[in-house]
Design a protein around this ligand. Structure first.
Ligand code: G6P
Ligand code: MG
Length: 216
């Protein structure tokens, strides 16, 4: 039985949330206010543009279009300095094991991420070859919780939405998967991701027969 497996990137495959945080914090500090890790939770799964809008609301800063564009670039340049140093050691626990199981069982795999840096990150950590399809911030017009990103991925994999399984660490991502009528699996805090069909703290907590039961 063939299913389609769709992975979010940041927070599911690699822990890049900490780098996004450092880059946003640097920009906030430069603009004269602080940005906490708690506030960073709101940024998970959210597009770069929307993140900057929220950041400026937090700092109560009104920007001209030109300033806004400059800060978008600055944040990303800073973020890319961290990404540049990434290697396979930053792949989250058991992610590779899960991908290898799916490949061995001929299950199609896609990436469904809001990030415009998704492809270079997968290349950096050496996971690009596992993916049959990559749908990221460059391919979508509507952000999660809109189901667009996952629906495009399902189409590219040739699998109906009901037969797709989504791994997500963000509330907006779980909502997007549910809105797409897909099976949603929360990776992270079950109290936060309480709308997910299933929840695991991380992939090491996923029972060994969980995936084989899904594709039975
Ligand atoms: C992911 C992250 C967000 C990030 C977004 C855009 O969804 O969880 O925190 O803002 O991607 O990433 P980008 O790499 O395009 O700035
Ligand atoms: Mg994420």
């Amino acid at each position: 039985n063939k299913k389609g497996f769709i992975f979010d990137l940041d927070g599911v495959i690699v822990d890049t949330a900490k780098y996004h945080y450092l880059a946003w914090k640097k920009l906030a500090n430069q603009l004269g206010f602080d940005f906490t890790e708690e506030q960073n939770e709101m940024f998970k799964g959210v597009s770069r543009k929307r993140c900057l809008e929220i950041l400026l609301e937090i700092g109560d800063i009104k920007a001209t279009q030109e300033q806004f564009d400059t800060w978008m670039v600055e944040k990303n340049v800073d973020y890319l300095q961290y990404i540049d140093k990434m290697d396979a050691s930053e792949i989250l626990p058991d992610v590779k094991k899960v991908l290898e199981f799916l490949v061995a069982n001929k299950q199609p795999i896609a990436l469904g991420s809001a990030s415009k840096n998704a492809q270079p990150i997968l290349e950096k950590v050496g996971l690009l070859p596992y993916f049959d399809s990559i749908v990221d911030g460059n391919n979508v017009t509507k952000a999660k919780p809109d189901p667009e990103v996952f629906l495009i991925a399902a189409k590219q994999l040739g699998v109906t939405p009901e037969n797709c399984v989504v791994f997500e660490d963000a509330v907006a991502g779980i909502e997007a998967a549910n809105n797409a009528n897909m099976i949603s699996i929360g990776i992270g805090d079950e109290n936060v991701l309480n709308k997910a069909d299933y929840n695991f703290k991380d992939f090491t907590e996923m029972p060994s027969d969980f995936l084989s039961n899904l594709i039975k």
